[in-house]
Design a protein around this ligand. Structure first.
Ligand SMILES: Cc1cc2nc3c(=O)[nH]c(=O)nc-3n(C[C@H](O)[C@H](O)[C@H](O)COP(=O)(O)OP(=O)(O)OC[C@H]3O[C@@H](n4cnc5c(N)ncnc54)[C@H](O)[C@@H]3O)c2cc1C
Length: 332
């Protein structure tokens, strides 16, 4: 094991700052862990014109900010960000790196871990320091049925992504001060092999899936993208949000943000409609806390039907179409 500096790093993902508080939550937990290790908490910030976030992170618990501010970093690009992070780690050798388990974090952190030949515990819901001063990373496993406690005794840095909402952020303190280390952009950083041609926002959700009272979730049993999109029409009529299983997301019937399950979002709606979903544990682990489930499936023996409060044995498209027709007739 190579010598490390006594630093705990939190990657500063400031995009969508006011909704996405996970960086601040991680800074709070890192500050507590730092006491056990007698370590410093550093926020790593990449971007262009990012001084605003530097101040925010100090006010929320960072002792030090490692900031690279450069026009090439104005837009998030995975290869550049990973290359830069790896360079920084090689120079400063942090003991621990924490990243939010957002779409960004799930893309970024495993690449960094692979390059550093170290471990990464994904989607942690607990972080502690044990008697050997190692980071204990608690993560759900086997579809949430078990909680695994993972340590990284040999490789460095110890790395984890952490689910948003796991920890409480420290209230903003304008009086706090911290060190700001300006890290220049290396001139020889390898160039991106992928060039972004255009980007556009996906359809705005009226509310986050995790907070929706009514969720309509669709699976492969919907049959096609066109048929699946009817669920979106139904959701609009019901003021609901749409979620999906992994095959649906992989087939590009809906954007990845809609994924419900072990690899996606955990939801707690009052009412959950489940259309054409078999009920694999990787999916149901994330809907256990739904209050009332109505499932539609051709197969009465599908596990989803056993989990449902109301199980309708029928063609999912026919039920969806009938509901749309009925709701429209009531609105007129
Ligand atoms: C490491 C790992 C992580 C994973 N993470 C996730 C995750 O986060 N989320 C997730 O969803 N999956 C995840 N999966 C995949 C998961 O195991 C299942 O493969 C997936 O959930 C199945 O999706 P589905 O129910 O849409 O499709 P299927 O299992 O194919 O089920 C389709 C269902 O539709 C029914 N059906 C077919 N036609 C109709 C019809 N016309 N009307 C009504 N019903 C019909 C069928 O009877 C069947 O029950 C993961 C897998 C692994 C290995």
């Amino acid at each position: 094991m190579k010598e490390t500096s006594n630093e705990i790093w939190v990657f500063g993902d400031y995009r969508n700052y006011f909704q996405n508080r996970v960086t601040l939550q991680l800074l709070a937990r890192a500050s507590e862990l730092a006491k056990d290790l007698n370590a410093r908490v550093c926020a790593v910030v990449f971007g262009y014109g990012v001084d605003e976030w530097v101040g925010e992170y100090i006010a929320h618990g960072a002792d030090c900010i490692l900031v690279t501010d450069h026009p090439d970093l104005a837009r998030y690009q995975i290869e550049t960000y990973v290359n830069l992070m790896v360079r920084l780690i090689e120079v400063r050798r942090p003991e621990i790196i924490l990243v939010g388990a957002t779409n960004f974090g799930r893309e970024f952190a495993p690449r960094v871990a692979k390059r550093m030949k170290t471990g990464l515990s994904a989607d942690c819901i607990g972080l502690d320091i044990n008697e050997e001063k190692l980071l204990v990373q608690t993560a759900p496993s086997f579809g949430g049925n078990l909680l695994a406690q993972i340590i990284t005794p040999e490789c460095r840095p110890q790395m984890a992504t952490v689910r948003p909402g796991t920890f409480q952020e420290i209230p903003h303190d304008y009086e706090r001060t911290g060190e700001i280390v300006r890290v220049p952009m290396p001139e020889d950083l390898p160039r991106e092999s992928v060039h972004l041609v255009r980007s556009e926002r996906s359809a705005q959700r009226s509310q986050p899936l995790e907070e929706a009272n009514v969720v309509i979730c669709g699976g492969r049993g919907m049959g096609s993208r066109k048929k699946f999109r009817k669920l979106i029409e139904l959701a609009e009529l019901m003021n609901a949000e749409v979620g999906a299983t992994r095959p649906v997301v992989y087939a590009n019937w809906i954007e990845p943000e809609a994924l419900i399950g072990q690899a996606g979002k955990h939801i707690t709606p009052k009412v959950l409609f489940s259309f054409g979903i078999s009920g694999a544990i990787q999916h149901t682990a994330a809907i256990n806390n739904a209050e009332f489930i109505i499932a539609v499936n051709k197969n009465p023996k599908a596990p989803m039907m056993a989990m449902a409060d109301v199980a309708i044995v029928a063609d999912a498209n026919q039920v969806c179409t009938a509901m749309i027709k009925e709701l429209k007739s009531r609105i007129r």
